[in-house]
Design a protein around this ligand. Structure first.
Ligand code: AMP
Ligand code: MG
Length: 324
């Protein structure tokens, strides 16, 4: 892999690829459903990021997800279903969980609820936990695929474990080419950052386990972004571009590729208008461009820590955390 950023395959870098990329039309969706039914790995677009999908009721299919991503088996997967009534077959929904699902599904909210004893899910999906994470994606293509299936899909982000998440088929091929059966091409994803994850506890309390597009929940530990910047060693490295990342940068220093925002102009910009929704949608594309650029370091302009900015800063902090 000399000369390529960590996580990129040589073929993808040179523009050749071996995994078929199929347009997400009626034929492509039917083909994807058939490959999934046989236990295959299909990358599908969702409104957040591209997901590496396999049937969640098959031990063998789920094992292939972990293998393709190089994901530690202790890190559970999100189960994707078509609607709340299908979700109820796998999780126990308290009145609070029902209310959240009705308010936000389909959409970018994942709910962690107690797993039903008769869920029939592969044990590896939940990494052996008594709970299960469930989401109903809003994307037209994800919905169309799920509508053709009588089983749920486990679908983590379609990237090698720890590497930058994918918001386009090109990003997917950059790290998973040859390790998956097909990619359904639905163009660039709209939202661009992963779902908000909420755990709904038995006592009715809610813990935000991951910040995301659905906003308005506070993390229980309430640790501020600044406190976390001061203790970067405590952050799990994730979304790592394979180069050092410096945050809160107002201009590029020597050998830095600068990702701008608002008034800070860079080699690329998250959003020159300072729009947080645009910045979220462009975040991973900018990180992919920075990873492939001719500079050895990455700098990122400050992004306000409000609304979608919280999710963006959460991902940036992890991208900047040192790799263990
Ligand atoms: P990804 O699939 O890459 O978007 O990551 C899924 C996230 O969901 C990971 O951070 C998991 O730790 C989290 N997750 C999945 N299932 C559970 C669960 N049962 N309890 C808590 N967190 C979960
Ligand atoms: Mg991921």
């Amino acid at each position: 892999m000399a000369g390529t950023a960590q996580g990129y395959s040589d073929d993808a870098m040179s523009g050749k690829h071996t995994t078929p990329v199929i347009p997400a039309d009626e034929t492509g969706i039917a083909e994807a459903a058939a490959v999934l039914a046989q236990g295959g790995l299909v990358v599908i677009p969702t409104e957040t990021v591209y997901g590496l999908a396999a049937r969640a009721d098959s031990d063998a299919a789920v094992a292939r997800i972990y293998e393709a991503k190089g994901r530690p088996s202790t890190n559970p997967l999100i189960v994707h279903v078509r609607d709340l009534s299908q979700a109820r077959r796998f999780g126990a929904f308290s009145p609070k969980a029902e209310a959240l699902a009705k308010k936000h599904w389909p959409g970018s909210l994942t709910l962690v609820v107690p797993q039903r004893g008769d869920s029939g899910l592969a044990q590896a999906v939940t990494a052996g936990l008594p709970s299960v994470a469930i989401r109903v994606p809003a994307h037209r293509v994800a919905q169309a695929v799920l509508a053709q299936l009588d089983f749920p899909l486990a679908a983590p982000s379609a990237n090698r474990s720890g590497f930058i998440s994918p918001t386009s088929p090109e990003h997917v091929l950059a790290s998973l080419d040859g390790r998956i059966d097909m990619v359904l091409d639905g163009g660039a994803t709209e939202t661009g950052v992963e779902s908000t994850i909420l755990a709904v506890r038995d006592d009715g309390s809610i813990d935000e386990l991951r910040t995301g597009p659905v906003d308005g929940f506070q993390r229980v530990d309430r640790s501020s972004v600044l406190e976390r910047i001061e203790a970067p060693g405590q952050l799990a490295s994730h979304y790592a571009p394979g180069k050092p990342v410096r945050l809160d940068a107002r201009e590029a220093e020597h050998n830095e590729f600068l990702i701008g925002f608002g008034p800070v102009r860079g080699d690329v910009s998250l959003s020159s208008a300072g729009d947080l929704a645009e910045a979220a949608a462009r975040l991973y594309d900018c990180l992919h461009l920075a990873a492939q650029a001719d500079k050895s370091r990455i700098a990122v302009a400050p992004v306000p820590n409000e609304g979608l900015g919280r999710a963006i800063n959460d991902r940036l902090l992890r991208a900047a955390a040192p790799v263990d």
